[in-house]
Design a binder for this molecule. Structure first.
Ligand SMILES: Cc1ncc(COP(=O)(O)O)c(C=O)c1O
Length: 373
């Protein structure tokens, strides 16, 4: 049943903006914000007139180099969120079918519906390690499918897609005359071990990403789409319908950040190198909670503790647990209902170490108390 456009919204972002704050916040999915003041900035680096073309050339050049593509394939966008929206808006007509992963990052699902797409789903299954399984896609695709959408790393499980699966998926899409949109915003968090972007797997691939999650630069809104040149030009024209230009000061800051990206990566990796073992110790102590123990990424999907411990929590209990954790332990995580996993919650591990340590200890106490109630 289709929802009228006037009623489509992102319930997750509404919650994230109004309800996610807490004294101890494990709801965030990015590494802790990078202090921009640590970059060698002069005021002239930021305050300057924007010549107002399709992309600020120095930023286009840096993004192209970072992604390993030609600059004509890069469309700058305000964050991966807007990149996703623009990419879908450029390839979809109302009524077109989109095949979207489940579980999914809810705003991308809501945006596809807002654009008038008919959304079908393919499953990423727990017993399969939340793999983007070509068989599932083959099973769900129809002759009307115009776009397949997935995130790599997957949100909320941080499952890493295999390149052979992405290739197979590309072949399935090509046979159906569809494109594949891969949101790689968390793939940047593999840093030096980052595989080549899926963009290189064929002209049917579009990729979106940003500096938000892996580098802690959400405030810059430095996102991008990678697309074959003619589609990239179309996406620029769609962007014209939504905003004239990027905030030029942010574009210039992004240039400086990209010129120092190794430093930003080293800082984020250093943080995760300390945080990941803390999270691992927590998972070792609560082996029935994690749905997947990811090697990379800033988020982990956990089953909510059950009152009859050790078994799957009945639906609804994860919400109860998240409320309990917030009210009694002043700690926020993301309820799984926002990811179509109502029995789960998402734990962010990329924040400041002291906050994570405190949060995990509160989480452990809350889980124990919740199970006893
Ligand atoms: C899969 C996914 N894509 C995009 C975004 C948005 O990122 P940005 O801050 O770059 O808009 C998020 C944020 O949670 C996300 O999880």
């Amino acid at each position: 049943m289709s929802v009228p456009r006037g009623q489509i919204e992102s319930v997750y972002l509404h919650w994230a903006k109004l309800r996610s704050a807490a004294p101890v916040n494990l709801a965030t999915s990015a590494v802790a914000p990078f202090p921009l003041a640590e970059l060698p900035l002069r005021i002239e680096d930021v305050v300057a007139h924007d010549p107002g073309a399709y992309g600020y050339p120095p930023l286009q050049e840096r993004l192209a180099r970072y992604a390993g593509v030609d600059a004509e394939c890069v469309v700058a966008a305000p964050g991966a969120s807007m990149a996703n929206y623009l990419a879908m808006a450029a390839v979809l007509e109302p009524g077109d079918e989109v095949l979207l992963e489940r579980p999914a990052y809810e705003p991308i699902l809501a945006a596809a519906r807002f654009l008038g797409a008919e959304v079908r789903r393919f499953e990423r299954r727990r017993q399969n390690g939340f793999r983007a399984d070509p068989e599932e896609i083959e099973h769900a695709i129809t002759p009307r499918t115009r776009l397949i959408v997935l995130a790599n790393l997957h949100n909320p499980t941080s499952a890493l897609a295999r390149e052979d699966d992405l290739r197979a998926l590309g072949a399935i899409a090509a046979r159906a005359g569809a494109r594949v949109l891969v949101d790689e915003v968390y793939l940047e968090g593999l840093y030096a071990r980052r595989p080549r972007t899926a963009f290189h797997l064929g002209s049917q691939f579009l990729v979106t990403s940003s500096l938000t999650k892996a580098f802690g630069l959400a405030d810059l809104r430095c996102g991008w789409v990678l697309a074959e040149p003619s589609l990239a030009r179309r996406i620029w024209r769609v962007r014209d319908l939504h905003d004239v230009n990027s905030a030029h000061a942010a574009e210039r800051l992004a240039v400086v950040a990209l010129d120092h990206i190794d430093r930003l990566a080293a800082r984020a990796e250093g943080l995760l190198a300390v945080n990941r073992p803390l999270a691992s110790r927590f998972l070792d102590a609560h082996p029935h909670l994690p749905l997947l123990r990811p090697e990379f990424g800033n988020v982990i999907a956990l089953r909510a503790p059950s009152r009859n411990s050790g078994t799957d929590a009945p639906v609804g209990e994860a919400d109860d647990f998240c409320d309990f954790l917030r009210e009694r332990y002043e700690t926020a995580v993301v309820p799984g209902r926002f990811f179509e996993m109502p029995e789960c919650f998402r734990l962010g591990i990329g924040g400041e170490t002291a906050e994570l340590r405190e949060g995990l200890s509160r989480l452990a106490a809350a889980a124990e108390e919740f199970a006893r109630r």
